[in-house]
Design a protein around this ligand. Structure first.
Ligand SMILES: [Cu+2]
Length: 211
């Protein structure tokens, strides 16, 4: 389900890591299972000449060539992952140059305050228009918190005297959950907020002082 425009790039990066992890896992577990059966001790078999002996430095084993090839393969595998990560991180960190709504988000034990450019303040309820870039400037007035909207796949640390910027552009109206994602005290679990994405006209009505 597509809720925000930044979800696609994030999900493809996640999938890239997932596929790489699955491929590496199959190779490693495969090699392990093969070795278990192939080199199983057979009753009556003699110890190999290069078997480790207590108190003796073992002779050099294995092949430098295979080692080099495996290193090169891993290196090649990490190139697309590194490029993909860098591109996606740049995309997520830099709000697009479009008209946007900037909301200051302040975390405090144990609630979230949202402050809009016209002075409107809400507590534990972020209301935003659909199809518009929303830039969140996240900070804290006491301890470390973290503003996290799982459905949007965005989160930012809320740190006193520091402002972290995240953005999203929701394309689907509805109500979504946000919560603190950094243990911040006994009330951490209850530090929740909702994110309501309204039709642009409905949002303007609410923003101008209606409902
Ligand atoms: Cu918190």
């Amino acid at each position: 389900m597509v809720i925000t425009t930044s979800q696609g790039p994030l999900e493809s990066l996640f999938n890239l890591y997932l596929y790489a992890a699955v491929i590496i896992n199959i190779i490693v577990i495969g090699a392990l299972v093969y070795a278990i059966f192939r080199f199983k001790h057979k009753p009556g078999a003699k110890e190999p000449a290069d078997a480790p002996k207590a108190g003796v430095i073992p002779p050099v084993r294995g092949s430098a060539r295979i080692g080099l090839i495996l290193t090169a393969v891993l290196f090649l595998l990490f190139i697309p992952i590194s490029i993909g990560t860098k591109d996606t991180v740049n995309f997520i960190e830099k709000p697009p140059a479009e008209e946007s709504l900037i909301v200051n988000v302040v975390g405090q034990q144990y609630s979230w305050t949202f402050i809009y450019p016209n002075g409107v303040k809400t507590v534990n309820e972020l209301i935003v228009p659909a199809n518009k870039v929303v830039v969140l400037k996240v900070t804290s007035s006491d301890v470390f918190h973290n503003f996290y909207v799982p459905d949007f796949k965005i989160m930012a640390d809320a740190i006193p005297q520091k402002t972290n910027v995240i953005w999203f552009k929701a394309v689907r109206t509805g109500s979504y959950k946000a919560h603190c994602n950094e243990i911040c005290g006994v009330g951490h679990t209850f530090m929740k907020a909702s994110v309501t994405v309204k039709d642009p006209q409905d949002f303007e009505k609410w923003y101008a002082g209606g409902v």
